[in-house]
Design a binder for this molecule. Structure first.
Ligand SMILES: NC(=O)c1ccc[n+]([C@@H]2O[C@H](COP(=O)([O-])OP(=O)(O)OC[C@H]3O[C@@H](n4cnc5c(N)ncnc54)[C@H](OP(=O)(O)O)[C@@H]3O)[C@@H](O)[C@H]2O)c1
Length: 347
């Protein structure tokens, strides 16, 4: 029973509780039995007063602009970067430790960027900023595979193409994909809604996510480079990415070419990846097997398949990776940070 009368369990707030990440976080708190003393569900004034159920109890959504963060020990922010930029500093000033799911503070030197399976030691002490940042949804599964490869063979270069689902744009992204798909089936010449995704995502593939930078890369692509370097503590790591939106409801995929300093043996690579926590390797016994967003199973695992060492260059190999962006890429990673903080007594 997560609700704990113990004085040591934290009082928590979920900002963005009505969103795709926020509702996933509520589910995970229930599923994993995360202990808390009080829970506050917070969203915009549009949702204030709405009722959500947590563990069979009805909770009323509170409005962010009047919420008192001195009443909580830990606040999860999943309401967009601009909301975090505006409200996280006051939450910290009122004494809350913040786990932020947005891009707002990820590259701030005083804010650790944490994937617990990779750099949980960052959670041994309370950060000076009062914020722990949750990385980008495509970066999290990638670094969980890069860490053991770097330790074993050294990494020379990583080339990644992502295949990112509509749920990466939250509830409205999912709704728009459904509506645009229905409309395209009825009338293939109709454009359908294209607000979250331009051009339309229905029956389409869009190689553009987030804003365009002067380099010609997108911000999403830059995040994967900068965040991987920060999490792995490898400031010169060479990661280059093309981020693509695909008409999948939920579950991001990635095709990654990883070139190492030394020759890689496929058998050893498969054993190494399969030994990582919460990683499922699909072609362990059947070469060529692969996960897909709809068939991968175990939503709290990173799924890997199509592991291919290149015959002409055995220092390099390809992997196909699938991970639930709302869980692994956002809410689960955030909750695992909170679990690690609780275990360490850092809260
Ligand atoms: N979706 C993913 O896969 C994913 C992965 C990693 C990180 N993230 C990040 O997580 C954040 C939330 O994403 P999402 O997918 O959950 O989006 P979403 O489904 O659109 O939900 C947005 C949430 O933020 C709240 N919100 C919006 N404006 C607000 C304001 N001015 N004040 C207070 N609350 C406000 C919304 O409340 P109302 O219901 O009241 O509007 C809702 O609860 C984003 O920053 C996103 O980049 C998402």
């Amino acid at each position: 029973m997560p609700l704990s009368p113990s004085d040591t369990a934290p009082r928590i707030a979920l900002v963005g509780a009505t969103g795709a990440v926020g509702t996933t976080l509520i589910q995970l708190i229930e599923e994993r039995g995360f202990r808390y003393r009080e829970i506050h569900l917070v969203a915009s004034s549009r949702s204030a007063g709405r009722e959500l159920t947590v563990e069979g109890r009805t909770c009323r959504v509170e409005a962010l602009d009047t919420f008192d963060f001195s009443a909580v020990d830990l606040a999860f922010f999943s309401a967009g970067s601009s909301v975090s930029r505006k409200w996280v500093p006051s939450a910290v000033a009122q004494g809350a430790l913040v786990i932020d799911n947005t891009n707002a503070f990820r590259m701030d030197p005083a804010t650790p960027l944490v994937v617990p399976q990779v750099n949980a030691d960052e959670l041994d002490r309370r950060p000076s900023s009062g914020i722990i940042a949750n990385p980008n949804c495509s970066t999290i599964p990638l670094v969980r595979l890069l860490r053991p490869v770097e330790d074993r063979w050294g990494i020379r270069q990583v080339v990644v193409s992502t295949y990112q689902a509509a749920s990466g744009r939250g509830h409205s992204g999912i709704t728009e994909l459904h509506e645009a798909s229905r409309s395209a089936l009825e009338d293939p010449s109709a454009q359908g809604p294209a607000v979250e995704f331009t051009p339309t995502l229905a029956f389409n593939v869009v190689p553009f996510i987030d804003e365009l930078l002067d380099t010609g890369f997108t911000l999403e692509e830059q995040k994967m480079l900068q965040e991987s370097r920060k999490i792995l503590g490898l400031p010169h790591l060479d990661v280059t990415t093309t981020c693509v939106r695909v008409p999948v409801v939920n579950g991001h995929s990635e095709a990654a070419w990883i070139e190492c300093d030394d020759v890689v043996a496929r058998d050893e690579l498969v054993r190494l990846l399969a030994a990582q926590p919460e990683v499922t390797v699909h072609d362990k016994d059947t070469i060529g097997a692969f996960p897909t967003p709809r068939t991968a199973g175990a939503p709290d695992h990173v799924h890997v398949g199509r592991i291919r060492v290149a015959p002409h260059n055995p220092r390099g190999f390809w992997v196909w990776v699938v991970a639930d962006n709302l869980r692994i890429g956002a809410a689960l990673n955030a909750l695992q940070i909170a679990e690690a903080l609780t275990e360490r007594g850092t809260l």
